[in-house]
Design a protein around this ligand. Structure first.
Ligand code: GDP
Length: 177
């Protein structure tokens, strides 16, 4: 449990996007509350959650936005992207289609978000090793090609979730300071 510091140096807005059911909501609750809920479905209306961390000796409040299911209707609006300094584009390593759609999500970001946005590609559900449908190398290649950072995570076990967010926040900080 972290002590909430009195002084916040920066607030960074981060958006989480990707196909439905890839684990966006669970990644967010793992990072902000260290929780994983089986069969939870995000409540429409909850727009973002926050966690305050220290990175590079600065106190950074990460304000992380969840699509709250809007992606199912392809109705993620430009308001969602407005002011975002970072993005996590999530796919499910067991669902090839969710990886094939990543290019579209990146295009959507390039169209609606700020040019300098830091993008991290996330292959989630890395705990489901026997069901893997997306080789790590495919994602590494795509990420290199598109200039994205990349990590495989498990919101279920918590593996790499903090590490991925910290990397993203550090890169955002490095870009503005
Ligand atoms: P969203 O629609 O992208 O927000 O996806 P959810 O966060 O609602 O997750 C969709 C489903 O995948 C739920 O049944 C979760 O329990 C499950 N899930 C999410 N993350 C993981 C993970 O890392 N590992 C496994 N095994 N299941 C996960």
């Amino acid at each position: 449990q972290e002590i909430v510091p009195e002084k916040i140096d920066y607030v960074f807005k981060v958006v989480v996007i990707g196909d439905s059911a890839v684990g966006k909501t669970q990644i967010l609750s793992r990072f902000t509350k260290n929780e994983f809920c089986f069969d939870s479905k995000s409540t429409i209306g909850v727009e973002f959650q926050t966690r305050t961390v220290t990175t590079k000796s600065k106190v950074v409040k990460a304000q992380i936005w969840d699509t709250a299911g809007q992606e199912r209707y392809r109705a993620v609006t430009s308001a969602y992207y407005r002011g975002a300094l970072g993005a996590m584009v999530v796919y499910d390593i067991t669902k090839r289609q969710s990886f094939d759609h990543v290019a579209r999500w990146v295009e959507e970001l390039r169209a609606h978000a700020d040019n300098s946005i830091v993008i991290m590609l996330i292959g989630n559900k890395a705990d489901l090793v026997d069901l893997r449908a997306v080789p790590t190398e495919d994602a590494v290649e795509f990420a290199e090609d598109q200039g994205l950072f990349f990590a495989e995570t498990s919101a279920l076990s918590g593996d790499n979730v903090d590490k991925a967010f910290f990397k993203l926040l550090e890169e955002i900080y490095g870009g503005i300071c």
